[in-house]
Ligand binder design. Structure first.
Ligand SMILES: C[S@@+](CC[C@H](N)C(=O)[O-])C[C@H]1O[C@@H](n2cnc3c(N)ncnc32)[C@H](O)[C@@H]1O
Length: 268
């Protein structure tokens, strides 16, 4: 794990900045909190004494070991195809169209990190960002232990990647820690997206970029039925633009991919 993450962390219990002296046996210098060490390769910052946010139906699903194991190869491509169409999965310069749009929107080449992949799942974007920005810290954060276990197995070779277990509604990072936040396909899974948006704004530095993707309306009848059955919340680009502006983001842009879209905003 890259020790570059140490100075941007805050203790999930007492909120002390830079709480740990090292990552091998982390212990908060102020309240003594010791992260759970059950998941190798993951810094588990869920404070079991804290009040967790209510898990959504989608989130309970994401805690399954089976879903986490098949997510990247089967579940994700099926959903991307159903909502975003074939184009999103197609290769552009050797990577899928969706990955390409995210990397391009984050302007990885023009700005320094660190980068946060919020709700990273099994680490599809963590690996892509860590490879594209060598020497810069990439933090993958998720709430699901099952997803992070798989992410840890698949990101082992990236020395600039760190995996953190935490809740997107209460990010364990100091204000202004990141140059960019990536947040693919997870808005519908949050209990309180407004709180998550405020947290993203807080952890971005001035000029930092927030890139996300989410679902508007699936183009096919099958997709619409699947979305309804799974209780997936939809977001319209216009709604999201107004929402993010009200919170204090600027320069909203979007790229439509069938019934899904990738958006980008900036923290002024
Ligand atoms: C559909 S997956 C997307 C994963 C990944 N971003 C991708 O595009 O492949 C949604 C992810 O959001 C995570 N998630 C849901 N609620 C969360 C929360 N409150 N805090 C952090 N992650 C959360 C889930 O565990 C799951 O891994």
């Amino acid at each position: 794990m890259d020790p570059a993450v140490l100075p941007i962390l805050t203790c999930p219990r007492c909120h002390t900045p830079h709480p740990f002296a090292d990552l091998r046996l982390p212990r908060c210098k102020s309240c003594g909190l010791e992260p759970n060490r059950d998941t190798p390769g993951v810094l588990d910052l869920i404070d079991l004494e804290g009040e967790p946010s209510a898990p959504t139906a989608e989130q309970r699903f994401m805690e399954s070991d089976l879903v986490a194991r098949v997510y990247e190869r089967l579940w994700r491509p099926a959903f991307v195809r159903m909502f975003a169409g074939k184009g999103a999965g197609a290769a552009v310069g050797g990577i899928s169209g969706e990955l390409y749009i995210h990397k391009h929107s984050l302007s990885l080449d023009d700005r320094p990190g660190p980068w946060l992949d919020l709700s990273c799942g099994p680490g599809v974007f963590v690996r892509a960002l860590a490879a594209a920005a060598p020497g810069q810290l990439v933090v993958g954060l998720d709430l699901s232990r099952a997803m992070l276990e798989v992410a840890a197995q698949r990101t082992g070779g990236y020395t600039n990647a760190v995996l953190v277990r935490a809740d997107a509604h209460a990010l364990p990072f100091a204000d202004g820690s990141f140059g960019g936040v990536n947040n693919a396909g997870a808005l519908h899974a949050y209990d309180d997206p407004e709180l998550v948006f405020r947290e993203i704004r807080r952890v971005l530095r001035s000029g930092g970029i927030y890139v996300g993707s989410t679902f508007a309306e699936a183009p096919s009848l099958l997709g619409r039925l699947a979305a309804r059955a799974a209780g997936i919340r939809r977001f319209e680009p216009g709604e999201l633009r107004a929402w993010l502006q009200r919170i204090g983001f600027s320069d909203f842009e979007e790229v439509k991919l069938g019934g899904a879209f990738v958006f980008r905003v900036r923290r002024p």
